[in-house]
Ligand binder design. Sequence first.
Ligand code: AMP
Length: 211
Amino acid sequence: MIIVLFGKPGAGKGTQAPLLAKSLELPTLATGDVLRNAKRAGTKLGLEAKGFMDRGELVPDSVILGIIGEELAQPQYARGVILDGAVHTVPQAEGLQRVLETHGRKVDAVLALDIDNEEIVRRLSERTVCENCQTPYTGRPVGSICDKCGGKLVRRKDDDPEAIRTRLRVYDQETAPVLDWYKGHGDKVAVIDAVGLIDDVTARALSALGA
Ligand code: AMP
Protein backbone atom coordinates (compact mmCIF):
# COMPACT_ATOMS: atom_id res chain seq x y z
CA MET A 1 0.00 0.00 0.00
CA ILE A 2 1.39 3.41 -0.95
CA ILE A 3 0.11 6.24 1.23
CA VAL A 4 0.87 9.92 0.70
CA LEU A 5 0.77 11.72 4.04
CA PHE A 6 -0.10 15.32 3.44
CA GLY A 7 -0.50 18.46 5.55
CA LYS A 8 0.86 21.86 6.55
CA PRO A 9 4.22 22.08 8.33
CA GLY A 10 3.50 21.17 11.94
CA ALA A 11 0.31 19.25 11.14
CA GLY A 12 1.86 16.16 12.73
CA LYS A 13 3.10 14.19 9.71
CA GLY A 14 6.38 13.34 11.41
CA THR A 15 4.53 12.24 14.56
CA GLN A 16 1.85 10.20 12.83
CA ALA A 17 3.98 8.56 10.12
CA PRO A 18 5.84 6.15 12.48
CA LEU A 19 2.64 5.33 14.41
CA LEU A 20 0.74 4.54 11.23
CA ALA A 21 3.77 2.63 9.96
CA LYS A 22 3.72 0.43 13.05
CA SER A 23 0.01 -0.35 12.75
CA LEU A 24 0.12 -0.93 9.01
CA GLU A 25 3.51 -2.67 9.07
CA LEU A 26 4.91 -0.37 6.41
CA PRO A 27 8.15 1.62 6.25
CA THR A 28 8.12 5.41 6.10
CA LEU A 29 9.99 7.73 3.77
CA ALA A 30 10.27 11.36 4.87
CA THR A 31 12.01 13.58 2.32
CA GLY A 32 12.61 16.19 5.05
CA ASP A 33 14.54 13.59 7.10
CA VAL A 34 16.56 12.48 4.06
CA LEU A 35 17.46 16.12 3.40
CA ARG A 36 18.29 16.93 7.04
CA ASN A 37 20.53 13.84 7.26
CA ALA A 38 22.28 14.88 4.05
CA LYS A 39 22.71 18.41 5.41
CA ARG A 40 24.19 17.10 8.63
CA ALA A 41 26.55 14.76 6.76
CA GLY A 42 27.60 17.65 4.49
CA THR A 43 26.94 15.69 1.26
CA LYS A 44 26.39 17.34 -2.14
CA LEU A 45 22.64 16.87 -1.69
CA GLY A 46 22.79 18.45 1.75
CA LEU A 47 24.75 21.46 0.55
CA GLU A 48 22.35 21.92 -2.35
CA ALA A 49 19.28 21.78 -0.05
CA LYS A 50 20.60 23.77 2.93
CA GLY A 51 19.72 27.32 1.86
CA PHE A 52 16.21 26.42 0.74
CA MET A 53 15.51 24.49 3.94
CA ASP A 54 16.87 27.10 6.34
CA ARG A 55 14.74 29.81 4.71
CA GLY A 56 11.63 27.59 4.82
CA GLU A 57 11.48 27.37 1.02
CA LEU A 58 10.93 24.24 -1.02
CA VAL A 59 13.87 22.29 -2.38
CA PRO A 60 13.63 22.09 -6.22
CA ASP A 61 11.34 19.41 -7.64
CA SER A 62 14.19 17.77 -9.58
CA VAL A 63 16.10 17.15 -6.32
CA ILE A 64 13.05 15.69 -4.58
CA LEU A 65 12.16 13.47 -7.53
CA GLY A 66 15.75 12.22 -7.59
CA ILE A 67 15.43 11.19 -3.93
CA ILE A 68 12.03 9.54 -4.46
CA GLY A 69 13.20 7.62 -7.54
CA GLU A 70 16.32 6.39 -5.80
CA GLU A 71 14.63 5.47 -2.53
CA LEU A 72 11.57 3.73 -3.98
CA ALA A 73 13.84 1.42 -5.99
CA GLN A 74 15.08 -0.02 -2.65
CA PRO A 75 13.73 -3.46 -1.68
CA GLN A 76 12.44 -2.30 1.73
CA TYR A 77 9.67 -0.38 -0.02
CA ALA A 78 8.49 -3.34 -2.12
CA ARG A 79 5.38 -3.92 0.03
CA GLY A 80 4.51 -0.25 0.23
CA VAL A 81 5.45 2.93 2.02
CA ILE A 82 4.09 5.89 3.95
CA LEU A 83 5.41 8.97 2.17
CA ASP A 84 5.80 11.76 4.71
CA GLY A 85 6.02 15.22 3.13
CA ALA A 86 7.35 13.75 -0.09
CA VAL A 87 4.78 15.54 -2.27
CA HIS A 88 4.79 19.31 -1.83
CA THR A 89 4.01 20.44 -5.39
CA VAL A 90 1.92 19.32 -8.37
CA PRO A 91 5.06 18.53 -10.47
CA GLN A 92 6.18 16.26 -7.60
CA ALA A 93 2.79 14.47 -7.60
CA GLU A 94 3.14 13.98 -11.37
CA GLY A 95 6.75 12.82 -11.00
CA LEU A 96 5.87 10.37 -8.23
CA GLN A 97 3.12 8.94 -10.42
CA ARG A 98 5.62 8.44 -13.25
CA VAL A 99 8.13 6.73 -10.92
CA LEU A 100 5.43 4.42 -9.54
CA GLU A 101 4.08 3.61 -13.00
CA THR A 102 7.50 2.35 -14.10
CA HIS A 103 7.22 -0.21 -11.27
CA GLY A 104 3.56 -1.02 -12.11
CA ARG A 105 2.39 0.69 -8.92
CA LYS A 106 0.25 3.64 -7.90
CA VAL A 107 -0.70 5.79 -4.90
CA ASP A 108 -3.40 3.92 -2.95
CA ALA A 109 -4.46 6.69 -0.58
CA VAL A 110 -3.76 10.31 0.24
CA LEU A 111 -4.19 11.13 3.91
CA ALA A 112 -4.44 14.85 4.64
CA LEU A 113 -3.98 16.13 8.20
CA ASP A 114 -6.21 19.19 8.61
CA ILE A 115 -5.23 21.99 11.02
CA ASP A 116 -5.52 25.79 11.17
CA ASN A 117 -2.59 28.23 11.05
CA GLU A 118 -3.01 29.47 14.63
CA GLU A 119 -2.48 25.95 16.00
CA ILE A 120 0.48 25.45 13.61
CA VAL A 121 2.29 28.55 14.86
CA ARG A 122 1.67 27.46 18.47
CA ARG A 123 2.97 23.92 17.80
CA LEU A 124 6.03 24.93 15.79
CA SER A 125 7.09 27.57 18.28
CA GLU A 126 7.03 24.86 20.98
CA ARG A 127 8.60 22.12 18.84
CA THR A 128 11.95 20.49 19.45
CA VAL A 129 13.31 17.48 17.56
CA CYS A 130 15.87 14.81 18.36
CA GLU A 131 19.11 15.75 16.62
CA ASN A 132 19.81 12.05 16.14
CA CYS A 133 16.56 10.24 15.13
CA GLN A 134 14.52 13.41 14.39
CA THR A 135 11.53 12.43 16.51
CA PRO A 136 9.49 15.62 17.05
CA TYR A 137 8.29 16.76 20.51
CA THR A 138 5.97 19.57 21.58
CA GLY A 139 6.71 21.53 24.76
CA ARG A 140 9.99 19.76 25.63
CA PRO A 141 12.87 22.20 26.08
CA VAL A 142 16.07 22.24 24.04
CA GLY A 143 18.66 19.95 25.64
CA SER A 144 16.10 17.37 26.89
CA ILE A 145 16.74 13.75 26.02
CA CYS A 146 14.86 11.84 23.30
CA ASP A 147 12.66 8.99 24.68
CA LYS A 148 13.41 6.84 21.67
CA CYS A 149 17.18 7.00 21.22
CA GLY A 150 18.65 9.15 24.01
CA GLY A 151 19.68 11.88 21.54
CA LYS A 152 19.58 15.58 22.44
CA LEU A 153 16.54 17.70 21.55
CA VAL A 154 17.25 20.79 19.42
CA ARG A 155 15.22 23.48 17.62
CA ARG A 156 14.89 23.14 13.86
CA LYS A 157 16.37 26.12 12.00
CA ASP A 158 13.20 26.43 9.94
CA ASP A 159 10.99 26.66 13.05
CA ASP A 160 11.87 30.34 13.63
CA PRO A 161 8.95 32.77 13.11
CA GLU A 162 10.18 34.13 9.76
CA ALA A 163 10.71 30.66 8.26
CA ILE A 164 7.35 29.46 9.65
CA ARG A 165 5.58 32.35 7.85
CA THR A 166 7.41 31.47 4.62
CA ARG A 167 6.53 27.77 4.96
CA LEU A 168 2.83 28.52 5.49
CA ARG A 169 2.78 30.86 2.48
CA VAL A 170 4.54 28.28 0.33
CA TYR A 171 2.06 25.65 1.50
CA ASP A 172 -0.93 27.75 0.38
CA GLN A 173 0.63 28.60 -2.98
CA GLU A 174 2.33 25.37 -3.98
CA THR A 175 1.24 22.48 -1.76
CA ALA A 176 -2.49 22.98 -1.22
CA PRO A 177 -3.21 22.52 -4.99
CA VAL A 178 -1.76 18.99 -4.76
CA LEU A 179 -4.91 17.75 -2.97
CA ASP A 180 -7.10 18.94 -5.85
CA TRP A 181 -4.69 17.30 -8.28
CA TYR A 182 -5.17 13.95 -6.52
CA LYS A 183 -8.95 14.40 -6.33
CA GLY A 184 -8.99 15.27 -10.04
CA HIS A 185 -7.15 12.03 -10.78
CA GLY A 186 -9.73 9.97 -8.92
CA ASP A 187 -7.38 9.05 -6.08
CA LYS A 188 -8.76 8.29 -2.64
CA VAL A 189 -8.24 11.45 -0.55
CA ALA A 190 -9.09 11.28 3.16
CA VAL A 191 -9.05 14.51 5.15
CA ILE A 192 -8.93 14.10 8.93
CA ASP A 193 -8.89 16.53 11.86
CA ALA A 194 -5.27 16.69 13.07
CA VAL A 195 -6.01 18.46 16.35
CA GLY A 196 -6.30 16.42 19.52
CA LEU A 197 -4.45 13.69 21.34
CA ILE A 198 -1.82 11.93 19.25
CA ASP A 199 -3.50 8.52 19.66
CA ASP A 200 -6.90 9.93 18.71
CA VAL A 201 -5.48 11.39 15.50
CA THR A 202 -3.85 8.03 14.71
CA ALA A 203 -7.18 6.26 15.28
CA ARG A 204 -8.95 8.73 12.96
CA ALA A 205 -6.27 8.18 10.32
CA LEU A 206 -6.50 4.38 10.49
CA SER A 207 -10.27 4.51 10.30
CA ALA A 208 -10.11 6.89 7.30
CA LEU A 209 -7.73 4.45 5.60
CA GLY A 210 -10.14 1.60 6.32
CA ALA A 211 -7.47 -0.19 8.38
P1 AMP B 1 9.63 18.68 6.57
O1 AMP B 1 10.52 17.89 7.47
O2 AMP B 1 8.68 17.84 5.75
O3 AMP B 1 8.94 19.83 7.29
O4 AMP B 1 10.59 19.37 5.49
C1 AMP B 1 11.57 20.29 5.88
C2 AMP B 1 12.08 21.07 4.68
O5 AMP B 1 12.68 20.16 3.75
C3 AMP B 1 11.01 21.79 3.88
O6 AMP B 1 10.68 23.06 4.42
C4 AMP B 1 11.68 21.91 2.53
O7 AMP B 1 12.69 22.90 2.53
C5 AMP B 1 12.38 20.56 2.42
N1 AMP B 1 11.50 19.52 1.82
C6 AMP B 1 11.10 18.34 2.39
N2 AMP B 1 10.31 17.65 1.57
C7 AMP B 1 10.19 18.42 0.43
C8 AMP B 1 9.49 18.27 -0.78
N3 AMP B 1 8.74 17.19 -1.05
N4 AMP B 1 9.61 19.26 -1.70
C9 AMP B 1 10.37 20.35 -1.49
N5 AMP B 1 11.04 20.57 -0.35
C10 AMP B 1 10.96 19.60 0.61
